[in-house]
Design a protein around this ligand. Sequence first.
Ligand code: F1P
Length: 293
Amino acid sequence: MSESFVAAEIASQPACWRRAAEIGAAGLGVGAGESVAVVGCGTSWFMAMAYAALREAAGHGRTDAFAASETPTGRDYDRVVAITRSGTTTEVVDLLRAFADRVPTTVITGVAGSPVTAVADAAVVLEFADERSVVQTRFATSTLALLRASLGEDLTAAVADLEAVLARPVGDLASVEQITFLGRGWTVGLANEAALKLREAAGAWTEAYPAMEYRHGPISIAQPGRATWMFGAAPEGLADEVAATGARFVAGDADPMAQLVLAQRVAVAMAAARGLDPDNPRSLSRSVILADA
Ligand code: F1P
């Protein structure tokens, strides 16, 4: 079988991250101290979660992340930032309309001239990171690279970690029966995204939680043949508790965004092992465009 689009897109991430980081370092136009709502759907929502946690932790001001459909439109945010690769997702377009003329809006999208660019006050277009595969990989991580750089982060080490992840064999994680992804702070969004990736590309059973929530029930799923995969530093004692269940505990020192790329690769390997085409996931389309109610 020829290489999938998604596999090629995953491999192209180093150049995309570098370019996105350059754009982000020049500034996003989101003022320090502004109270911001960051919104998106699916993968884009999870990138919004990661950015919101990073921005607030970095002291740039209150930052809330919402699924576009669940955003409280009555709140007095100073700005709304929307993320959408396609620029056509109905809930995102509707939300930007709901805030129009009241709250300044900025959209990050992969498509110039897409419907969101007509409704948002400002648009950052990452055409170089757009994708042919339905399953998002490089647009999402490039967007987060841009956002991290806009907060003043230097992504040089993250790109080096990414290159190391891409150079290594993917390993045997694609053969485990079930994976639960965990994160803390900004990596909660990454854990959610990794879990979504395996569901989308491979129809796999995955779950995702904030790491401290794992002991509050979800650990009962852990058993031999399954894995618990921590993004970022694990809470004290958690690795031993997982090991006691017989499940495999996966963790690493690489930049968590590079670890997400390993999960993307596991998703593609798992799809191949199951005879699935990761570019054409079951029941999914590039974006969800709803008919007028
Ligand atoms: C959002 C999204 C994708 C998902 C699916 C439907 O798209 O939820 O993340 O993979 O194909 O749409 P977008 O708003 O970022 O274009």
